[in-house]
Design a protein around this ligand. Structure first.
Ligand SMILES: Nc1nc2c(ncn2[C@@H]2O[C@H](COP(=O)(O)OP(=O)(O)OP(=O)(O)O)[C@@H](O)[C@H]2O)c(=O)[nH]1
Ligand SMILES: [Mg+2]
Length: 391
């Protein structure tokens, strides 16, 4: 199979010149960078509250919950490239038994993993700071991660006053006795939600940004892509989120341009323009996915039509066939003998970078996401501007 067909997969039919948006969208989702985080801790320590605070309540609710074993559950959120492992049912009573079975379940889940994409890249061990003392089970949870060399952060939850801060200091000393080398000071105190002491005193949510920062540092050198996935998925450090999305999108443009180059170099006369149009459309879907943007198909159809219309690929005839964009084969002959590899690369890069600039323009720094205007014409006009500006 040639390179550009690898790139397009089943989203483009070379015979009919038909581009399938749904397939391109799914392919983009599947290929998105991924990160798995295990969030462990006793019942009621604030695991779910923490997850909601970092990744957004609505998004987590929309994720698929998949019980794996008695004490492990996965929350899968494909749009965010995130899979969260949540421990359940760790209570004070029967804890020996619970920990033994959790340990077995955990070992099994990891041993059964197909590859690296199926094991936790990072672990948060949550300990409630309003506890009386540190429990054996909390140390056992740290040990589980240490044994598997899963970089961990110990997260003290509900840190709202002096008593909790004192608890944290004592707990750190105890944990450090055994796990200092492993944890390397990765302790964070948080209050995930505002806490009302009385009518006039509320302790604000805090520490969550520090947790993001320390987590970011804990990813090993070789796990850059998991780290990026984490930074893109979190919704508190918006600047970091946007930077990670843009970085990811730029890489996607690079890969798409290389694929377009191989199409440009293809010897079949007249066939390259529709293929390049399909590659650019796929690239745009991938960039959307990178920005967690899920615009509806009709909007994407008009955006893609507009985008292709602005570039030299305007001369490729386009008809819209239901959910598929059809790039009429042979129409490429209008652009003379075909598109050279150099031109194919250049147009694809220009389109990709201009489209990233458009998404950045519509990125709402308060909400931390792209908010497209109702009118697609506005998007296309922004795209034209960016394309001229980038030249
Ligand atoms: N003030 C404050 N309250 C918190 C914090 N974390 C959790 N809570 C509260 O504690 C309660 C339990 O939190 P959850 O997030 O459901 O705990 P969990 O660890 O997911 O519990 P299980 O799913 O039962 O294992 C909720 O009422 C939260 O609002 C925190 O950091 N600060
Ligand atoms: Mg929970």
């Amino acid at each position: 199979m040639s390179d550009y067909m690898d790139y397009l997969g089943d989203s483009y039919d070379e015979e009919s010149g038909e581009f399938n948006q749904e397939r391109a969208k799914n392919k983009a989702l599947n290929e998105k960078e991924k990160c798995n985080i295990i969030i462990c801790g006793a019942s009621g320590v604030g695991k779910s509250t923490l997850i909601n605070a970092i990744f957004g309540k609505e998004v987590v609710k929309a994720g698929t919950r998949k019980p794996i074993t008695q004490h492990l559950e996965k929350i899968i959120i494909p749009e965010k490239g995130i899979c969260l492992w949540d421990t359940k049912g760790i209570e004070a009573e029967n804890y020996q038994e619970t920990m033994t079975s959790l340990k077995n379940e955990f070992t099994q889940a990891i041993d059964n993993a197909k590859d690296d994409s199926d094991i936790p890249h990072i672990g948060w061990v949550c300990i409630k700071a309003s506890s009386d003392r540190i429990e054996e089970r909390d140390l056992t949870l740290v040990r589980l991660l240490a044994e598997r060399k899963i970089p961990a952060v110990v997260v003290f939850t509900r840190v709202i006053g002096k008593a909790e801060r004192d608890f944290v200091e004592k707990a750190k000393l105890i944990i450090d006795e055994k796990y200092k080398d492993f944890l390397q000071g990765a302790y964070i105190s948080i209050n995930s939600v505002p806490y009302e002491i009385d009518e006039d005193t509320t302790v604000k949510a805090k520490g969550l940004e520090s947790l993001i920062e320390v987590t970011e540092e804990r990813f090993p050198e070789g796990k850059k892509s998991a780290k990026n996935a984490f930074l893109k998925a979190q919704r508190l450090e918006i600047e970091k989120r946007l930077v990670a999305m843009k970085d990811g999108a730029r890489k996607l443009v690079h890969v798409a341009s290389i694929a377009a180059g191989t199409a440009g170099a293809s010897p079949i006369p007249g066939s390259d323009a529709p293929i390049i149009a399909a590659i650019q459309s796929t690239m745009i879907y991938k960039i959307n996915t990178e920005f967690e943007l899920d615009a509806d198909s009709s909007k994407m159809t008009s955006i893609l039509t507009g985008v292709m219309g602005v570039t030299a690929l305007a001369q490729v005839g386009k008809t819209i066939v239901s959910n598929a964009l059809k790039f009429i084969p042979g129409a490429g002959t209008l652009i003379g003998a075909g598109i050279s590899a150099t031109t194919a690369i250049a147009i694809t890069e220009a389109v990709g970078h201009a489209y990233i600039a458009v998404l950045e323009k519509f990125f709402d720094m308060e909400k931390g996401e792209v908010i497209f205007p109702e009118e697609s014409a506005q998007i296309i006009s922004a795209f034209k501007q960016m394309l001229n500006y980038k030249k």
